[in-house]
Design a protein around this ligand. Structure first.
Ligand code: DX5
Ligand code: ZN
Length: 232
């Protein structure tokens, strides 16, 4: 069976109502989200602070799909167990977060969770080649991490290179930052299959108007699929 590379949309709850995470998770999942993307920031690896394992644990009962936890923290290793226990399905660490990314990925896999490897815009693909057996996902950052709502940085050449390196291996290519209905076709055509989107999903909607989330998710998905020739 070939690996399922259908387009998945992973809304980032960094753009959700922070006073209402449970309802926001239910709203996006009820309106077409494939995964829920959780951006963990430490005010050190990135210049912003968000949330930790306790928050992940609190939202877990409200997430029925996949809890995709993006760690923008350094160090990573002391916190892996806590995020695993909090119910993360995928734990992604940055290659730039420390000198021992191989050990970090081994530690994530040892918890029984899927392991992701994130690359900042300035980081090349070289590191990935030696880690292919340890990863389930590569996250290509198309903004410098730290904030939602930033402008998309074109990383299509990197995505294409990764797609070639990955070949038939069961590894997702996830894009994170500035994904909209305008940029989704570019990354989909280059080989991405998981599209994280914060502002483009949540803008204009709310838990009282979740159908807007649905429209936004659909628009991004259709734009990506159309670029692949999968819909008319
Ligand atoms: C950036 C985060 C992203 C971000 C995406 O540091 O990793 O997940 O929230 O937000 P948008 O889609 O608004 O660029
Ligand atoms: Zn993210």
């Amino acid at each position: 069976m070939p690996f399922d590379r259908r387009i998945r949309i992973a809304p980032s709850i960094l753009s959700a109502d922070f006073a209402n995470f449970g309802a926001e998770c239910r709203a996006i999942e009820g309106h077409g989200a494939d995964w829920v993307h959780v951006d963990v920031m430490d005010g050190h690896f990135v210049p912003n602070l968000t949330f930790g394992p306790a928050m992940c644990k609190a939202i877990r009962p409200h997430v029925r799909t996949v809890m995709d936890v993006h760690l923008m923290i350094a160090p990573v290793d002391p916190y892996i167990e806590a995020f695993a226990e909090a119910g993360a399905d995928i734990i992604t660490a940055h290659v730039e977060a420390g000198p021992h990314i191989h050990r970090t990925l081994q530690a994530i896999r040892a918890t029984g969770k899927k392991a992701g490897l994130a690359l900042n815009p300035g980081t090349g693909t070289d590191a990935v080649a030696h880690l292919l057996d340890l990863i389930d996902l590569v996250c290509v950052m198309t903004v410098n991490p730290g904030f939602g709502g930033q402008k998309f940085i074109d990383m299509t050449a990197k995505i294409r290179a990764l797609r070639a390196i990955i070949g038939d291996r069961p590894i997702h290519i996830e894009i994170d930052g500035g994904v909209t209905r305008e940029t989704a076709p570019l990354v989909a055509r280059a080989g991405a299959d998981v599209l994280v989107a914060g502002s483009a999903v949540f803008s204009g909607g709310s838990v009282d108007k979740p159908e807007i989330y649905g429209q936004n998710i659909r628009a991004i998905r259709r734009a990506a699929e159309a670029a692949l020739g999968q819909i008319a």
